[in-house]
Design a protein. Structure first.
Length: 218
């Protein structure tokens, strides 16, 4: 078992993304149940010995991470000022996709009440969302989050997203609004609605201008 643990540590040290138990078992040429047992023992060992890193199961796989209590130290040393933050518009759009995926560009625009073309391009470039399929009726491209999104959020899966129901209108109202916008051509959504017909689900108050005058900045 100690030999297997050493092999797993070596593989995980070289990993640039979370590795599944199955991938680790294949690489180490060891039975899956033994690999999972060894991983659990390593995780416990790092916790008990208070190492500066920990082994986490994130986004369907295993990977080393620095411990949260050292976040300030690491931020000051290497991260401060070296990462571009997402804009408020990008964060809002990402939240819509995360909770309503798979979702089309038009439906995202309907929920936000503004054109989201630029924001979607930014999120795709950041590898936080991806094209997952096409709507069988309209042929519109549907978007969903990526494994990298789960990794960055520290989630094992989408089921770990915090509940959003308390912050949404009645579910019936939500379904009615999305169905109404989904029935319209995608090009029309976010480009021709007047203030009176835009979705009531916008997250912030905006000036009384037509949606065609509003553009998100990625």
């Amino acid at each position: 078992m100690s030999e297997l643990s050493g092999a797993l540590e070596a593989l995980l040290l070289m990993a640039s993304e979370p590795l599944s138990s199955m991938d680790l078992a294949g690489a180490a040429k060891a039975p899956l149940d033994q690999v999972e047992l060894a991983l659990a023992e390593l995780q416990t060992f790092y916790d008990q010995t208070e190492r500066g890193f920990e082994l986490r199961f994130i986004a369907g796989g295993w990977r080393y991470y620095s411990r949260p209590e050292h976040a300030e130290l690491i931020s000051a040393w290497v991260l401060e000022g070296q990462h571009a933050r997402l804009s408020q518009a990008a964060l809002e759009t990402l939240a819509v996709i995360a909770y309503l995926q798979p979702i089309s560009r038009g439906r995202v625009a309907a929920v936000r009440g503004v054109s989201v073309d630029g924001v979607l391009r930014t999120l795709v470039t950041r590898e936080l969302i991806q094209e997952v399929s096409r709507d069988s009726d309209s042929g519109a491209m549907l978007f969903g989050t990526t494994p990298y999104f789960l990794e960055r959020m520290g989630l094992a899966g989408l089921d770990d997203l915090p509940p959003i129901a308390p912050y949404l209108p009645d579910a019936t109202q939500l379904d009615d609004e999305l169905s109404a916008f989904a029935a319209r051509p995608a090009e029309a959504v976010g480009s021709s609605e007047s203030p009176d017909t835009r979705s009531s689900l916008t997250t912030t108050d905006r000036p009384e201008t037509s949606a065609s005058q509003q553009k998100d900045t990625p």
